[in-house]
Design a protein around this ligand. Structure first.
Ligand code: WQD
Length: 341
C-alpha cells in the first residue's frame, strides 16, 4: 500500500519542520511548500539530515494561485497542514493589511484548491490567542473566544471561521483547527529549531539569545499581575509534542474517525508556568546565569492562559510528554548549534 502524503505549507518554519519530521517518522510522506519569507533553506536540510532522506520540496508562495495549482497537479495528497502565515503580533498592529492579505489569501487559496481538487482534509494552525483574556481557566475548546486584540489574532479567528463554514457547506471537506499554546524548544538533535529574524518577540528565543550574549539583558514584562509570583502564566508546549499532535490529528482525518466535519483541539500541556519559573528552570538545567530585569507590562499581554487538554488527550489519544527541563535544554542546545558555541 502506498503511503499517505501530506502537503505541509510553511513546512520550512519552526513548527512545520518538526511536524514534517514527526509525520515521516510516523510513516507518512510529506511535500513541503514554503516561500522562505520567514525561514531558510537550511531548515529543509535539517529535516533531511534527521530523517536520513530527501523530502519533496517546492519553493512556492501559497498566495500565488498558479504556483499552488502546479503543486496540486504534481502531487497526490488527501491532507494539507496549513502553517504558512505571518505571526508577529506587534508587526500586525503596524501593518494590518500585510497580515490580512497574506494570512487570509493563502488560507483561502488552500481551502478552495482542496475543494476544487477533491482533497478532503485540512488541518489549520490556530492559536490560543483566540481565547484572549479568557473568562475562566483553564480554557476548554468551548470557552468563548474573545474579540481579537491584534490583526494577527484576528486572522486566526477569521481563518477558523472560514474553515468551519466551508466544512459545513461543502460535502467531503473536513477540517481540524489546532489551537497551540506557547510552543518552545527544539528537536533533540539540535538540527532544527526556531530561527527568529531580528529582535525576538517571544520569550524563549529572547532568553536563549541573552544566554548566548547576543542580547544584553532580558526584560520581564511585569511582576504585578494577580498570579502567584506576579508574572504572567502560560502553557509552554514542547514543539516535538506539538508536532505529534498534528500526526494524531492527521490520523484522525485520514482514518475517517471525525465526529463532525469540523473539530477544534487545544494543544498544550495543561500546566501553567510563570515567566520567573521558566527563567529559573532555564538557568538551573543549563547551568548558567541569565541577566534579567523587571520592567513594565507589555501592552496586550493577558495575565494567564493555559489549556484544558482533556479533549485532545481523549479524542486524539495525544498527550504532551516531554518534561519542561528537557525542552529548556533543547532550546539552549539549538541556540548553541546555530551560533557555533
Ligand atoms: C510569553 C510570556 C510575556 C518576552 C505570543 C502570541 C501568540 C503566539 C505565541 C504566535 C508573556 C513574557 C516575553 C520578553 C517577557 N503565537 N515575556 N519578556 O505573548 O504568550 O504569545 O506568542 O505565533 O499568539 O500572542 O508569548 O513568548 O511573547 O510571551 O517577559 O522578552 O513571556 O510578557 O508573559 P505570548 P511570548
Amino acid at each position: 500500500m502506498s503511503k499517505e502524503t501530506v502537503l505541509v505549507s510553511g513546512g520550512a518554519g519552526y513548527i512545520g519542520t518538526h511536524t514534517a519530521v514527526a509525520l515521516v517518522e510516523a510513516g507518512y510522506d510529506v511535500v513541503i511548500i514554503d516561500n522562505f519569507s520567514n525561514s531558510e533553506a537550511s531548515a529543509i536540510e535539517g529535516v533531511e539530515k534527521i530523517l536520513g532522506r530527501k523530502v519533496a520540496f517546492e519553493q512556492v508562495d501559497t498566495c500565488d494561485t498558479e504556483a499552488l495549482r502546479k503543486v496540486f497537479e504534481k502531487y497526490d495528497f488527501n491532507t494539507v497542514i496549513h502553517f504558512a502565515a505571518y505571526k508577529a503580533v506587534g508587526e500586525s498592529m503596524a501593518e494590518p493589511l500585510k497580515y490580512y492579505a497574506n494570512n487570509l489569501v493563502s488560507f483561502m487559496n488552500i481551502v478552495s484548491m482542496m475543494k476544487e481538487y477533491g482533497r478532503p482534509n485540512i488541518l489549520f494552525s490556530s492559536s490560543a490567542t483566540v481565547y484572549g483574556d479568557a473568562e475562566s481557566l483553564p480554557v476548554t475548546e468551548q470557552t468563548p473566544r474573545q474579540p481579537a486584540t491584534s490583526p494577527y489574532g484576528n486572522t486566526k479567528q477569521i481563518a477558523e471561521d472560514i474553515l468551519r463554514d466551508c466544512c459545513r457547506a461543502y460535502e467531503g471537506l473536513y477540517g481540524i483547527a489546532l489551537r497551540y499554546f506557547n510552543p518552545i524548544g527544539a528537536h533533540p538533535s539540535a538540527l532544527i529549531g526556531e530561527l527568529p529574524r531580528g529582535v525576538p518577540n517571544n520569550l524563549i528565543p529572547f532568553v536563549t539569545q541573552t544566554a548566548a550574549g547576543i542580547r544584553e539583558c532580558l526584560s520581564v514584562f511585569g511582576n504585578d499581575y494577580d498570579t502567584p509570583d506576579g508574572t504572567c502564566l502560560r502553557d509552554y508546549i514542547d514543539v516535538n509534542d506539538l508536532a505529534k499532535a498534528h500526526v494524531a490529528a492527521v490520523a484522525r482525518m485520514t482514518g475517517h474517525k471525525m465526529d463532525a466535519s469540523y473539530e477544534i483541539f487545544n494543544v498544550g500541556t495543561g500546566r501553567p508556568v510563570s515567566v520567573l519559573e521558566l527563567l529559573t528552570r532555564f538557568e538551573a538545567v543549563n547551568d548558567l546565569k541569565l541577566p534579567y530585569k523587571i520592567v513594565g507590562r507589555r501592552p496586550g499581554d493577558v495575565p494567564a492562559v493555559w489549556a484544558d487538554t482533556a479533549l485532545a488527550n481523549e479524542v486524539l489519544g495525544w498527550k504532551a510528554e516531554r518534561s519542561l527541563d528537557d525542552t529548556l535544554r533543547s532550546a539552549w542546545a539549538w541556540e548553541k548549534h546555530i551560533r557555533n558555541l
